[in-house]
Design a protein around this ligand. Structure first.
Ligand code: HEM
Length: 476
């Protein structure tokens, strides 16, 4: 077996798992760390080379997902895009639809929606900057709702957004480590009324909720199609292909699962990234200033950035990359599973081992990134005497057959939001009543998406011209 701490009966709660794994990997001098947690084998990959070698070059073996009794079986999420087995024919069908609907060319169709939602976001930040967390999240959710279902989110208490958020929380809770039944699957046979079988009652309710929440936006699109009022969207295009037959009932079920995965995959991740971006801008004002200078020089102050500006804004692009590297929003993201015994670099990896990719460690690898603890967007620029460092996005968005299908959409949402905020606002540390700057704590949740915990931030317009620009953009 690869080196590691052997049998482990629990992970300490007072250290982030990605930091713990990095420390263990350093202690055992390995980028392939092996251990058993309650008997179940885990392999943590902490180098880009090892992740590529296993998850990409041997992708046929390493693209499955670990099966958890609570979320997979009891809540019945086994057909979910995130947890579907790579050995199932559904997996191929899901990936085909995801690629066809979200590849680079298709993603470009949605720029106008993303630009419009970004402008709405700027307007809301202008009028209620203290609500930035909710504003950013609503923007990410609204983009997905429009692109995937053609559904316009108009208010903060939109019923579909509430449903989608509830489903997101359930999926997250059900997939969290710590359910005893995941370690002792026999417990699933306990009768519902049995003391200690509360998890079964919870699972039953969640199963019902998730099913309803999956099907409602989908049913809404079908109704719009039937009424002749459907706005073209990811789902409507699949339900009404421009050529060929209409989907069968089974194909419709596949489309429903794929559409419903996109809110889950795209909302918290994009919003979480933008919160990390605000944190970075507060902590590294020099980088913020350089990006603003570039925006002023290239775009001027009479219009807002749009997607076609991306190639002319190398510093802004580098800054976006550096935020991804500095604090990856999914430091461990979703685990993979190997489907048969394998040997790599002389080490035995048993069938069923859960494969955890420690992106946090990879993105701090000093053999790839000079002074990795420093926030330095310049590392991604090419200038004389300096070689550009590796773009972190291939690591951040995952590997091989399970790599994030939403990467192009995410890149566009992030570029538009980050560049538009920089063009129009200054991001500073908030001040307390005594006028003293409040230092933001760099503290994160430990879910699949590692959101920063709530923090204060001052977001003020850069100038009167910026205010006028935002107001006229909203009027358009
Ligand atoms: C900052 C934004 C985002 C980040 C960092 C991110 C990252 C990831 C990562 C790391 C994975 C797992 C890859 C693996 O298992 O190797 C993933 C999967 C996935 N992402 Fe994203 N993602 C983002 C945005 C999006 C968006 C906007 C969408 C949809 C429009 C999306 C949809 C999905 C889906 C459906 C999967 C599951 C793929 C599968 O299991 O086969 N993501 N994402």
């Amino acid at each position: 077996y690869p080196p590691g701490p052997g049998h482990v009966l629990g992970l300490p709660a007072n250290v982030y798992p990605w930091v713990l794994y990095t420390n263990w990997a350093t202690k055992h001098s390995t980028d392939m760390l092996f251990f058993r947690l309650w008997g179940s084998p885990k392999l943590v990959l902490s180098s880009y080379a090892a992740a590529r070698a296993l998850l990409e070059e041997r992708g046929a073996l390493y693209s499955d997902r670990p099966f958890r009794t609570m979320s997979g079986e009891l809540v019945d999420r086994r057909n979910s895009v995130f947890f579907i087995s790579s050995q199932s024919s559904r997996f191929q069908a899901y990936r085909r639809l995801l690629h066809a609907g979200l590849d680079r060319r298709e993603a470009a169709r949605h720029y106008a929606t993303q630009e419009a939602e970004t402008r709405t976001m700027l307007g809301r930040l202008l009028h209620a900057p203290e609500g930035f967390r909710a504003i950013i999240r609503r923007t990410s959710g609204a983009v997905i709702m429009k692109v995937v279902f053609g559904y316009p989110v108009k208010t903060d208490d939109d019923p579909f957004v509430k449903l989608a958020d509830a489903r997101l929380r359930i999926s997250e809770e059900a997939a969290k480590p710590g359910w005893l039944v995941d370690s002792v699957p026999m417990l699933k046979y306990l009768p519902d009324w049995f003391p200690g079988a509360n998890f079964k009652r919870i699972a039953k309710q969640w199963r019902k909720d998730v099913y309803e929440l999956n099907s409602l936006p989908f049913a809404w699109v079908k109704e719009q199609i039937a009424n002749g009022t459907a706005v073209p969207s990811f789902t409507s295009r699949l339900l009404q292909p421009s050529s060929g037959p209409l989907p069968t009932a089974k194909e419709e079920d596949i489309i429903m699962w794929v559409s419903s995965a996109l809110y889950l995959g795209g909302t918290d991740t994009t919003a979480g990234y933008l919160l990390n971006f605000l944190l970075a801008m507060m902590l590294f004002p020099e980088a913020q200033k350089k990006a603003q200078e570039e925006l002023d020089r290239v775009i001027g102050n009479e219009r807002l950035p749009c997607m076609s500006d991306e190639a002319s804004l190398p510093y802004v692009t580098a800054l976006i990359q550096e935020v991804h590297r500095w604090i990856p929003i999914g430091p461990l993201a979703l685990a993979h599973k190997v489907i048969q015994d394998d040997v790599y670099n002389g080490y035995f990896i048993p069938k069923g081992t859960e494969i955890i990719t420690n992106r946090w460690a990879m993105l701090r690898d000093p053999s790839i990134y000079a002074n990795p603890d420093e926030f330095t967007p310049e590392r991604f620029l090419e200038f004389s005497g300096h070689e550009q460092e590796l773009d972190p996005r291939p690591m951040v968005f995952g590997f091989g057959r399970r790599a994030c299908p939403g990467i192009h959409m995410a890149n566009a949402s992030i570029f538009l939001a980050a560049s538009s905020i920089l063009a129009t606002f200054n991001i500073r540390k908030a001040k307390d009543n005594a006028g003293k700057e409040i230092e933001p704590n760099l503290e994160f949740l430990t879910g699949i998406v590692a959101h920063p915990k709530p923090f204060k931030c001052s977001i003020t317009p850069r100038s009167e011209t910026a205010v006028a620009l935002i107001e006229s953009a909203i009027d358009d």
